[in-house]
Design a protein. Structure first.
Length: 256
């Protein structure tokens, strides 16, 4: 897609090859592109056994989050951290626990200190309606000496909220979760404006507006098998039992 096209109308990368092409078009340095590729190898090794509630590989969510950040003009360091944002919180390092000091040292040695720091802070970053409302009011003024770090973390968080709400995915969750996610998405658009991140703010608002007047019942009759009636953040582990049948599949069975 042309970089001059409004961000709300763009298609974002959903595979590593598409993402690499976007970095080429953005004229990234060879060093930055190499680091992004190394990050993809890490998430492929430690997150490939996870899936979203709609059946998509978790890697697809990570790639599209990175693509949103890239299209919004974020730095290569922030985009790379966006690609690997779940490494420390959800990565499987064969220890049965979240990433520890040894695993983090390994990631730092590969991706560098800046990306590691973003991943480390992101994994413990408090993000909810209350904290988002505070960031909307104050921006990064309460981050003495480190406003750039907080700004990058917020950009990744906002891109994550946008990606999870795309394709009207929130229509397939319960009302309580959907309404909470939409409030957080709206706050995300306002935080982006507060931080002068116009592209991220416009995209967040555009995705939010897609839900205006939309109802779950509007989509139930489409008979698509591409969605599960699970939260968009749900994770299905292979071998943990078959996931519930998609909504449309259950409807078809009940009608037969």
């Amino acid at each position: 897609m042309s970089s001059t096209e409004p961000i709300a109308r763009r298609r974002f990368a959903q595979s590593n090859i598409q993402l690499y092409e976007e970095t080429r078009l953005a004229r990234w340095s060879e060093q930055d592109r190499k680091r992004l590729g190394q990050c993809y190898e890490l998430i492929q090794s430690h997150l490939s056994a996870r899936y979203r509630g709609d059946g998509r590989p978790f890697l697809e969510h990570l790639v599209r989050t990175a693509s949103i950040l890239l299209s919004s003009g974020e730095s290569p360091v922030t985009v790379t951290a966006g690609l690997g944002h779940a490494l420390y919180s959800h990565g499987d390092f064969c220890t049965g626990e979240k990433a520890g000091d040894a695993e983090k040292r390994m990631v730092r040695d590969i991706l560098g200190g800046q990306v590691h720091e973003l991943l480390d802070v992101y994994a413990v970053f408090a993000w909810n309606e209350r904290s988002a409302a505070e960031f909307k009011r104050e921006g990064c003024v309460n981050a003495p000496g480190r406003p750039a770090l907080l700004e990058a973390i917020l950009a990744i968080r906002i891109a994550n909220e946008i990606e999870e709400a795309m394709d009207k995915a929130l229509l397939y969750v319960g009302d309580h979760m959907r309404n909470g996610s939409l409030r957080l998405l709206k706050l995300s658009s306002e935080i982006a404006a507060r931080l002068d991140k116009r592209a991220l703010g416009e995209l967040a608002q555009s995705v939010f507006d897609q839900y205006d007047g939309a109802q779950s019942d509007d989509l139930a009759g489409e008979k698509t098998l591409s969605y599960l009636l699970l939260p968009p953040s749900a994770i299905v582990q292979p071998g943990a039992g078959a996931p519930p049948l998609p909504l449309a599949a259950r409807q078809q069975l009940s009608e037969s």
